[in-house]
Design a binder for this molecule. Structure first.
Ligand code: ATP
Length: 349
């Protein structure tokens, strides 16, 4: 990546940023968040959780309720409209000018900023190269595929060297294969540029792949902020656990420092009584009857090529998802035993 592309990595702070729409309920509870310079933060959550509202507050398209502040570095930008914040934005819907060429679309922001024609041409050319759009400068937008359009949108957002790049579901409109390849390209771009980026999605795979940290949101609140590994391995609550990946639930009983789950008795710290436990499919293993902890019957088996995903119904408790590696011949109706990795059990608060 050429040096000229390395952008100033500005840290961002949201202070008590809430949002109540006129006549509506509160869309966003007051939120505090510090984003490091150069960091990619992903807002993840189901529809209506407030992630787009947060992004729009960052962009200057929406103001927070009184008392909320947005800081770029040391600068308080709360009262600045979008055109004075120097942010780049990419939307699900591309929002390109359909009748202009690729080069004209990318040049747009530079023209608005009154850059000299020669500088403009040079910057546009560099940016098109960076986005592998070199051969497309003269094409009209309606002559491009969805993936190419989104690359133009990225080029247009970045060519002005914004302080922050904001992306709102940029891959959602694309088909699965294209989504994967453009996701890798966005990853390469964000790392290479070192820009501070905020990315909104409802897709946990995208969030895990792109985020240095993920902000999981539910109903206008932050449920958890953490690295993809923290979110996956130490979900803060049942909502996060179920929203990210597949999570199994087990019923356990604690008595005198020992936890009983099925036939297993494991050392455990915690109060006596019933306890709800979480465990990922990869932390449950198929075992023989002699060393298995939980017995059950296979209710469904889905062949996935590299593994077979099984749904096992234990004698008591909810069904469990577990993966059989390799060329498993297990199928519906078979009886199996499972072993629990005690170090991987999480008690749900
Ligand atoms: P989606 O993925 O569906 O866009 P989201 O998580 O981005 O969801 P927001 O768009 O931030 O959610 O919306 C949060 C809440 O605020 C929703 O209940 C929504 O209906 C409401 N809302 C958003 N914009 C407005 C508005 N301009 N006026 C009134 N209510 C709004």
């Amino acid at each position: 990546m050429p040096d000229s592309f390395h952008l100033d990595a500005v840290p961002i702070r949201l202070e008590r940023c809430g949002k109540t729409f006129a006549g509506g309920a509160r869309a966003l509870e007051p939120l505090d968040l510090s984003i490091r310079g150069g960091e990619t933060i992903v807002f993840l959550g189901p529809s209506g959780c407030g992630k787009t509202t947060t992004l729009r507050i960052l962009a200057g398209l929406e103001s927070p309720d009184p008392g909320g502040r947005v800081l770029f570095g040391e600068e308080d930008v709360t009262a600045l409209p979008i055109e004075r914040r120097n942010v780049g934005m990419v939307f699900q819907s591309y929002a390109l000018f359909p009748n202009m060429t690729v080069a004209e679309n990318v040049a747009y922001g530079l023209k608005v900023r009154k850059l000299a024609r020669a500088d403009r041409a040079r910057r546009v050319e560099e940016m098109l190269e960076l986005m592998h759009l070199g051969g497309f400068a003269g094409r009209r937008i309606d002559q491009l595929s969805g993936g190419q359009r989104q690359r133009v949108a990225l080029a247009r957002a970045l060519v002005v060297r914004p302080r922050v790049l904001l992306l709102d579901e940029p891959l959602t409109a694309l088909d699965a294969k294209l989504r994967d390849s453009l996701r890798l390209e966005i990853d390469r771009l964000l790392r290479g540029l070192g820009i501070t980026a905020v990315y909104v999605t409802h897709d946990q795979g995208e969030a895990m792949a792109l985020g240095d940290r993920i902000v999981v949101m539910a109903k206008g609140r932050v449920a958890q902020v953490g690295t993809p590994r923290e979110i996956y391995y130490q979900p803060a609550d049942g909502f996060v656990a179920d929203f990210i990946g597949t999570m199994n639930r087990l019923n356990g009983t604690v008595r005198d420092g020992a936890l009983s789950v099925g036939r297993a008795t494991l050392p455990w710290t915690g109060a006596d009584g019933a306890v709800d436990l979480l465990v990922r499919p990869e932390d449950l293993a198929l075992a023989g009857e002699a060393d298995g902890h939980l017995g059950g019957r296979i209710a469904a088996a889905v062949f996935l090529g590299d593994r077979t995903r099984l749904v096992v119904e234990p004698a008591d408790g909810p069904p469990l998802t577990v993966d059989a590696a390799g060329r498993s011949e297990l199928g519906r109706g078979d009886r199996v035993w499972l072993r629990v990795d005690p170090a991987r059990l999480l008690a749900v608060p």
